[in-house]
Write a protein that binds this ligand. Structure first.
Ligand SMILES: Cc1cc2nc3c(=O)[nH]c(=O)nc-3n(C[C@H](O)[C@H](O)[C@H](O)COP(=O)(O)OP(=O)(O)OC[C@H]3O[C@@H](n4cnc5c(N)ncnc54)[C@H](O)[C@@H]3O)c2cc1C
Length: 412
């Protein structure tokens, strides 16, 4: 059988594309190499699936190909996504802008997708790994061990390389390249940073509100400034603020640069005021040890590290401190060093930066500018969002557009 449309990859992007193409009247099949579609959805939002965000603008995304991609998102607003969820029988809720299924169960979203695929008559082939694709005349041929799938249109929606255990092995980049599409170097984004300092071993498990900033080869980078809950781990640092800068840090490291992260554990408090607070704490317990007393301001494990980094003996009595010691302690609270050597890699990343270059994709339709009838949807492309529902938003918005245009174009 020759399908009107073959979709490779049964993630949110591929499933959305298939649903919209089928609703345009096209015969559609999805080819997924896992034994079920949408496995990654189950891990999203800690199992709750943060599907979109009511606050959205261009600055929530990165791409090395300008900003045209944002037109795709403008055509599929957070309200459109919530309505799309409703058509799949999923009621959503808005928690401070972050949108989740009302049940807060990612499995509800996956079930909704699966039943909508069925309603729309989309054929789903699972446990099929496509090994090569080509266009022969007007027909695309997708080959796998078991045989061949043929279609008049093809959507590549195989995701990226992150969390490979969920099926994203990066294989679809090869098919895009085989059609002549350029691939912007793919790096892990939204993951933790491995740091050189030995003290992170002592800080494992600590969480603290902080602001992080980055200096690269001594120069402050104002675009890399985030705050929120930082998570310390034996390898380095993690948590949402770190996720947001990690793709940029990886690129800097790959360019041979030396980014240095500074952790401000008292952000919002000026240095002079911090000195008053810390000095006040030390004055109140002259016979207590400095590290114990500092536990009145920061987590106890952090207190020990800060005191050591400030070159003060942790067991020293508060009464022994000189003003210069207190200044050094305050400076360390405002600027604890974290020197990244790498990210935690694709295995732990929630998305990838880089991917199929947008230069050769028509953002009005998601169709390739190089090969007629070839489309792209989702994370496979060079667009990555920050944490907060923005990556699923991109997957659904680009999937919708690819589905509508490939489904419609069939009738042109
Ligand atoms: C732990 C975790 C938590 C996350 N939480 C959130 C969140 O709360 N909110 C948010 O917005 N984003 C979140 N994300 C990111 C989001 O899940 C992805 O951006 C999104 O799933 C991308 O959708 P996609 O369809 O493009 O790719 P994927 O979801 O990766 O789907 C691609 C599919 O293609 C299949 N495939 C690949 N190659 C082939 C092949 N050769 N043959 C056949 N099948 C193939 C894969 O098995 C996979 O099922 C999270 C990611 C992770 C890992």
């Amino acid at each position: 059988m020759i399908y009107d449309l073959i979709v490779i990859g049964g993630g949110p992007a591929g499933m959305t594309a298939a649903i919209y193409a089928a609703s345009e009247g096209a015969s559609v099949c999805i080819i997924e190499h896992n034994d079920r579609v949408g496995r990654k959805i189950l891990s999203t939002g800690n199992g709750k699936c943060n599907i979109t965000n009511m606050y959205i603008d261009q600055s929530c995304y990165h791409s090395s190909s300008g900003t045209d991609f944002y037109e795709v998102i403008k055509k599929c607003t957070p309200d459109d996504i919530r309505n799309f969820c409703m058509t799949m029988g999923i009621h959503t809720k808005d928690k401070n802008g972050y949108v989740y299924p009302y049940s807060e169960q990612a499995s509800a979203v996956l079930d909704g997708f699966r039943s909508e695929l069925k309603n729309r008559g989309v054929e789903v082939f699972t446990s099929v790994h496509i090994t090569s694709v080509e266009k022969c005349g007007d027909v695309f041929k997708a080959e796998c061990k078991e045989g061949l799938y043929t279609g008049r249109k093809l959507i590549l929606a195989g995701g990226s390389r992150c969390a490979p255990g969920t099926g994203s092995d990066g294989s679809c980049y090869n098919y895009a390249s085989s059609f002549g599409h350029g691939i912007v170097k793919v790096v892990p984004a939204l993951t933790g940073l491995i740091c050189r300092e030995k003290y992170f071993k002592e800080l494992h498990g600590v969480r603290a509100a902080a602001e992080i900033t980055v200096k690269t080869d001594g120069k402050q980078d104002e675009t890399l400034r985030e705050h929120g809950e930082l998570q310390f781990a034996d390898y380095g640092i993690s948590g949402i603020p770190v996720f947001q800068i990690c793709g940029s840090i990886k690129r800097l490291l790959d360019e041979g640069k030396h980014p240095a992260v500074s952790i401000d554990l008292a952000y919002g408090i000026q240095k002079e005021r911090l000195y008053e607070i810390i000095n006040g704490i030390f004055l109140r317990c002259p016979w207590g040890s400095v590290s114990e007393a500092l536990g009145g301001f920061v987590n106890k494990k952090l207190a020990v590290v800060i005191v050591k980094e400030a070159a003060v003996r942790p067991s020293a009595k508060c009464s022994e401190l000189k003003p210069t010691d207190i200044i050094r302690i305050c400076d360390t609270i405002k600027c604890l060093k974290a020197t990244p050597s790498d990210t935690r890699g694709f295995e732990y990343a929630q998305c990838c930066a880089g991917g199929v270059s947008l230069e050769e994709i028509d953002m009005a339709t998601m169709e390739s500018k190089l090969v007629r009838g070839l489309y792209f949807a989702g994370e496979i492309m060079d667009v990555d969002g920050i944490c907060g529902g923005y990556n699923l938003t991109w997957a659904i918005a680009s999937g919708k557009l690819a589905g509508i245009s490939s489904g419609k174009k069939y009738h042109d």
